[in-house]
Design a protein around this ligand. Structure first.
Ligand SMILES: C=C(O[C@@H]1C=C(C(=O)O)C=C[C@H]1O)C(=O)O
Length: 402
């Protein structure tokens, strides 16, 4: 008989399928090309507890069940909703999140759209993304309101903020996330949604493997890991717009590097170790010069640029630890390991940053393009949450160089 758990342990790898298109669960960051989100963190913890390597298997919603039948993965972690159709073929773990459809609207109109009866009125503009459970829900519950089907998931919430639409009904977790990303919007009773559904992990038909996964989730729930993951990924500084050109990409990568610093600082806080690690900095700068030469980037530009990124990284860490010291913060839970998890991601970013420098090199060296660089950086700095550190990071792009 099949014993998937034994297979995984013998193989030394767990294959986790994910779609990469569903914030806050699974999102393929278009700048770093890495997966990020609640289910991604949970997947890393699952692999750690199994004691095996993790292989992400890209899948998509339309392909999910076909990939399952082709045996391409051991588990799906992607914010999958339990549904009895899927369960005719596969198994689900115990649920790790409760959800349901609820409204999101402008905060100024929050009182107008509390109930379905209030929403289903002539003159109310409801907006919905096509093809999924949101559209199904809207079509079966709305008879008087005007329903606009809007295909662009990335700008649909802008339509509400700008008044082109009034309200959307979607998963409560998405309304919470969007309300954090866009302060003009409010999630309406996300704790008492109109419908009830559950998120779980999709598994092959193997009860021993399911028992292991259920125990893992049970512990994550009981120890508070799942609550912490929700808090983390609902306040994550998600990318809201993909970069449009090489200069945007460079700035976005600089931002991605800084986004890793809160975890670096939390790790060091737990270990009570110093923020500055000069040996590590020396290694980075030495590797970098080699990589720069290979990519035909001037080593002096690359060095100046990375010194500024490292300076900014330490500023972010100091700011955070100063505030934690003031608040007498205690230990942080579930922090990724600096050596085996965070620094490898920083190293991957180093290569991507060098590529981006190479693609921007002529622009950066051209005095006629300085005004463009300056205005792009000036727009970028306040869009990040890093304040002075973002200025420090972008200084080498602005200052005229020898
Ligand atoms: C990020 C870290 O903290 C500091 C900043 C570094 C960086 O930006 O790469 C390197 C070493 C430390 O001085 C780290 O320790 O990895």
């Amino acid at each position: 008989a099949e014993d998937r758990l034994a297979d995984i342990l013998a193989r030394g790898t767990v294959r986790i399928a994910t779609t990469g298109d569903y914030q806050p669960f699974s999102y393929k960051n278009p700048v770093t090309h890495e997966y990020e989100g609640l289910d991604i963190d949970l997947g890393r913890q699952l692999a750690r507890e199994l004691g095996v390597k993790l292989e992400w298997v890209p899948t998509s919603w339309p392909q999910l069940m076909a990939d399952y039948e082709a045996g391409k993965f051991d588990i799906v972690m992607s914010g999958v909703s339990i549904n009895l159709e899927r369960q005719k073929k596969a198994l689900f773990s115990i649920p790790y999140l409760k959800d349901g459809k609820t409204p999101i609207t402008r905060c100024t109109d929050a009182q107008r759209f509390q109930t379905l009866a209030q929403i289903d009125q002539p003159g109310v503009n409801v907006i919905v993304n096509p093809g999924g459970t949101n559209e199904k829900f809207a079509r079966s519950h709305l008879h008087h309101a005007r329903l606009t089907v809007y295909p662009d998931n990335t700008t649909i919430f802008e339509q509400i903020a700008s008044g082109k639409a009034d309200v959307m009904m979607t998963d409560a977790i998405e309304t919470r996330l969007q309300a954090k990303l866009r302060p003009a919007l409010c999630a309406i009773h996300p704790n008492q949604p109109f419908t009830y559904s559950e998120k779980a992990l999709l598994l092959p038909n193997d009860f021993r493997w399911k028992a292991w996964v259920d125990q893992f989730l049970h512990q994550a729930q009981a120890r508070g890991t799942l609550d912490r993951l929700q808090t983390r990924w609902l306040s994550w500084p998600w990318l809201t717009q993909a970069p449009q050109n090489d200069l945007d990409t460079l700035l976005a990568l600089m931002n991605e590097r800084l986004k890793l610093m809160p975890d670096v600082a939390r790790y060091k806080w737990n270990e009570q170790s110093a923020i500055e690690d000069l040996a590590r900095e020396k290694t980075i700068l030495a590797d970098l010069v080699k990589q720069a030469e290979a990519a035909k980037v001037s080593p002096s530009l690359a060095t100046a640029f990375f010194k500024a990124q490292i300076e900014a990284a330490k500023m972010v860490q100091h700011q955070l630890t100063d505030s934690w010291r003031q608040q007498q913060a205690s230990r942080f839970e579930d922090i990724p390991d600096l050596k085996t998890e965070i620094r490898p991601r920083l190293d991957a970013l180093t290569s991507q940053l060098i590529d981006a420098l190479a693609r921007n090199q002529t622009t950066l060296a051209d005095p006629a393009r300085q005004p463009l660089i300056e205005s792009t950086a000036q727009r970028w700095i306040p869009q990040t949450q890093w304040g002075e550190a973002a200025k420090t990071a972008s200084a080498p792009l602005l200052n005229p160089r020898p």
